[in-house]
Design a protein around this ligand. Structure first.
Ligand code: NAD
Length: 330
């Protein structure tokens, strides 16, 4: 069996080589994404795994299927870059790796929350300027005095809530499907509005769907407590970034940590040193010291990368061998 691995990064290669040896499968690396330019490489392969960050070109589903490929095995939990209906129309199975290490993202969400609450960015800037004073602009709150709202209490949200409970925070949660286990460390509210109205910190952990695009908008910010902290390690599109900037300017939001940004795909995870960034909103996010912006990196731990590589390759192989796979999403 021959599998083509699109979007291969250097840090993924060893895990892929170890898997290929163990499973007796030939794996070929390609550093670029699956595009109209690279799709012809599939001619010699039985299966494919991708690491797409931008939306897949609509024309590709038909071309991939025509080449006898039965699936696209994405190496991430998110699969919003695929049109599931279009894939199904052409008999293509889309799979993800739903749970490769929720702890990785949860720990980053907590780290980000602590950074914005403790003003670490501002403190470091002052130290670099040799301003060693203590003053009101860098005084912090303590997590144990805060009410934290977890929006989306699935795998990642639950672990985030549990860690923050360990810090002594009061944890509340909102989810369209509350889970029993989470009730041991958080209190559910019936609506999103109830969850956000008394929260000092809001951490977002739900998937981006057709229904929650810009769910965090000016209207919702207006219902929050003054000086609320917001952490988004889920998907940028859930949050209206321009409305967030206005809420930061007015003081409604004290600070935000964004590991995802709604228009991130031209930039994350690419090297833009020496190149011009045309996105004015992204430039403002990077420039502000009440925003911590990162390059969709919350997942990026050694454990997570190994699990993602193996998860993608396993699904690709499973479809070839059985005609379906456990992690199919369409
Ligand atoms: P999960 O499916 O285990 O949990 C998501 C939860 O959100 C579910 O309980 C679901 O019922 C709930 N939900 C869905 N729509 C909702 C809505 N409109 N309102 C409230 N709750 C809603 O998923 P997970 O593994 O915890 O991952 C959560 C998200 O984190 C993913 O969808 C992905 O977008 C994001 N993620 C980010 C990174 C990163 O590196 N930043 C990495 C992995 C995942």
């Amino acid at each position: 069996m021959k599998i083509l691995m699109f979007g291969t990064r250097e840090d993924e290669k060893q895990a892929a080589l170890d898997w290929a040896r163990r499973e007796n499968v030939e794996v070929t690396f390609n550093e670029g994404p699956l595009t109209m330019e690279t799709v012809n490489l599939l001619d010699d392969y039985d299966a494919v795994t991708t690491s797409q960050t931008a939306k897949l070109d609509d024309a590709l589903y038909e071309i991939v299927a025509r080449k006898g490929i039965k699936q696209l095995a994405q190496r991430s939990a998110g699969f919003d870059m695929f049109d599931l209906d279009k894939a199904a129309e052409h008999g293509l199975i889309i799979s993800n790796v739903p749970s490769y290490s929720p702890n990785a993202i949860a720990e980053y969400a907590v780290t980000s929350a602590m950074n914005i609450i403790r003003n670490t960015e501002k403190i470091q800037r002052k130290v670099r300027e040799h301003d060693f004073t203590w003053n009101k602009s860098i005084i912090s709150k303590e997590m144990r005095s805060m009410t934290v709202a977890i929006i989306g209490t699935g795998r990642i949200g639950s672990i985030t809530g549990q860690i923050l409970k360990g810090f002594g925070a009061e944890v509340i949660g909102y989810d369209i499907y509350p889970n029993e286990a989470a009730k041991s460390f958080l209190t559910y509210t019936d609506t999103l509005e109830e969850a956000i109205k008394d929260a000092d910190l809001i951490s977002i952990h739900m998937p981006l769907t057709k229904d929650n695009q810009h769910m965090f908008n000016a209207e919702l910010f207006a219902k929050m407590k003054d000086g609320v902290y917001i952490v988004n390690t889920a998907r940028g599109g859930i949050l209206d970034t321009k409305a967030l900037l206005e809420a930061l300017d007015s003081g409604k939001v004290a600070a935000a940590a964004l590991d995802t940004y709604e228009n991130e795909s031209p930039y994350f995870p690419k090297d833009y040193r020496g190149k011009e960034i045309e996105d004015e909103v992204l430039l403002e996010l990077i420039f502000r010291d009440d925003v911590q912006v990162s390059q969709h990196i919350a997942f990026y731990t050694e454990t997570a990368v190994m699990n993602l590589v193996e998860g993608g390759l396993n699904s690709a192989k499973e479809v070839v061998e059985t005609g379906t796979c456990e992690n199919r999403v369409n």
